[in-house]
Design a protein around this ligand. Structure first.
Ligand SMILES: [Zn+2]
Length: 164
C-alpha cells in the first residue's frame, strides 16, 4: 500500500467518533514502516491492550476501522487460524477482534467479529517476513501473489460487513 500520513490515517476511521480518531495511538515511526510489503496497516494500541486498528485502501481512499478484543467467555470455541491470511498461531497469537459497524447499526451496538493475527501483521506472515516457532503457514499451492490477493479479498469482505 502507499504510505499514509498521520492526518490521512486519523481522517480515515469510519466506525468511531472524530474525537476518538483524533486521540487514538498511531504506530510509532510511521515513515519507517515497510509500506510496500503491507496490504493493510494494522496495529494494536500499546496503551490499551483491548484495542486494535486497521487501515486499508478501498476504492482509492483509506478506510480505517477500530477494533476491540471483547472480554468474553473463554469457553467458546476459539480459532487459532487467522481468517484473513490463514496463518496458524499457537497460544494467543490469534485474537477475536470485533469492529463496531459504521453508521446507525454501530450506534445501536452492532459489531462484526473476526479471528485475526493478534498483532495484525498478516501482510508480513504471508510474505514470510515475520516468523516464529509459534507460527505456521499452510503448505500452499497458491503463489505469493495469489495468497496476497486472498488476504486482501478476506479483508475486503470483513470491511464490507462493517460498512454495510
Ligand atoms: Zn493474519
Amino acid at each position: 500500500m502507499r504510505e499514509l500520513s498521520e492526518s490521512e490515517i486519523r481522517a480515515s476511521f469510519v466506525n468511531c467518533s472524530k474525537g476518538e480518531a483524533r486521540r487514538l495511538s498511531l504506530p510509532r515511526g510511521l515513515s519507517e514502516l515497510p509500506w510496500t510489503d503491507l496490504d493493510f496497516l494494522g496495529w494494536r494500541d500499546p496503551g490499551a491492550p483491548d484495542r486494535g486498528y486497521l487501515v486499508v485502501e478501498r476504492d482509492g481512499a483509506p478506510v480505517g476501522v477500530t477494533l476491540r478484543v471483547p472480554s468474553v467467555r473463554r469457553s467458546l470455541a476459539k480459532s487459532n487460524i487467522c481468517s484473513l491470511c490463514i496463518t496458524t498461531h499457537a497460544g494467543s497469537g490469534v485474537a477475536l477482534l470485533t469492529a463496531r459497524r459504521a453508521g446507525a447499526a454501530g450506534r445501536e451496538g452492532n459489531t462484526v467479529g473476526n479471528y485475526v493475527c493478534a498483532d495484525l501483521a498478516c501482510s508480513l506472515y504471508v510474505r514470510g517476513l515475520k516468523r516464529s516457532a509459534a507460527v505456521s503457514r499452510p503448505e500452499e499451492s497458491l503463489t505469493l501473489d495469489e495468497q496476497i490477493e486472498r488476504t486482501v479479498g478476506n479483508l475486503d469482505a470483513f470491511l464490507a460487513k462493517v460498512l454495510a
